[in-house]
Design a protein around this ligand. Sequence first.
Ligand SMILES: *Cc1c(COP(=O)(O)O)cnc(C)c1O
Length: 378
Amino acid sequence: MSKMNNVTAQARSGATLTIDIGAVRANYRLLRERAHPAACSAVVKSDAYGLGAAQVAPALYQEGCRHFFVAHLEEGISLRPHLAPDASIFVLHGPPVGTEGEFTRHELTPVLNSAPQVAGWRAHAAALDRELDAIVQVDTGMSRMGMSAQEIDGWLADAHFLDGIKVLYLMSHLACADERYHPANAQQLARFLEIRARLPQYACSLANSSGVFLSPDYHFELVRPGAALYGITPQAGEPNPLQSVVRLQGKVIQTRSINAGDHVGYSCRYTATGPCVVATVSVGYADGWLRSMSNQGVAVIDGVRVPQVGAISMDSITLDVSNIDAARVAPGQLVDLICPEHPVDAVAAMAHTIGYEVLTNLGGRYFRIYTGLAPGAT
Ligand SMILES: *Cc1c(COP(=O)(O)O)cnc(C)c1O
């Protein structure tokens, strides 16, 4: 695409989303250092948390990452052409019933979460007459995915349970790792250690992003950060050691002056208490700008925070820009909705949710700019 086409596409769109791949790379290096000597994988499910797996995964491969996780088989199939054959792609949900052949066809490795998934993979290995890799997940207290205590007993009682399956990692997942002092962390670690003691031959993986920032006891042989790669804070209430990755800039459509008693937006959820200037910006809940931020959110204009007033519409929001110079909020001007001074976690707090939900909702209508795609670029 020529530069002129870029400018035109940006001019046509309602907002610009800039994704700093250089910051993703730096975050990966920091996580890898924290986790050393454990290997550091990258979780790129849901299109790398909305930021673009086709851009993120190859950049992290260049940084030395060789283990990638997606949630669905379909995501793994889409990712495979973007990575060299020596990169493993693990599918967290395992094979949907009857899809084992797709895994070997596309060189994907399943996370096996239940005895039936193990049985399906075992049968596939027998049919191909070769050994197949897998990760086996065990439940340590989340009651979501992974083999139950009974299934593990059955495994240990059956010498043929893993016939034809080479287990690369024994894996589990933490429920509360973002709260350093939550008692569930130590409970899950203890349960995982008990299971490992019964299956001592396997390498292990427990930590997500937040788990990397708990003690090294949680690291084992492989860590699995996702959110931290994308700049989301790993420990609630602690300084964020990661670089900010996302900048979202909405475009002003128009401004108007209103008076005390005038209403703003759907359901008249805001009423002016005095004369003020309202700017309408072309980002709305259809772009993932969550409607729960109605009357709550802020935008940042040259470092000045301006309040979002009224309900979030499908395609627009309204800001009180009374304190901003008129030229700075003229039609076509850009205002920051996510930026280092107002990062994803702060946006999430205003929407009463978590940074993960803000990122994974970022919409398809934004004009996207990627920086730092080449190694060493900033
Ligand atoms: C999503 C996911 C991760 C990554 O979690 P973050 O909190 O984003 O680091 C790791 N492991 C499993 C099993 C997951 O589902």
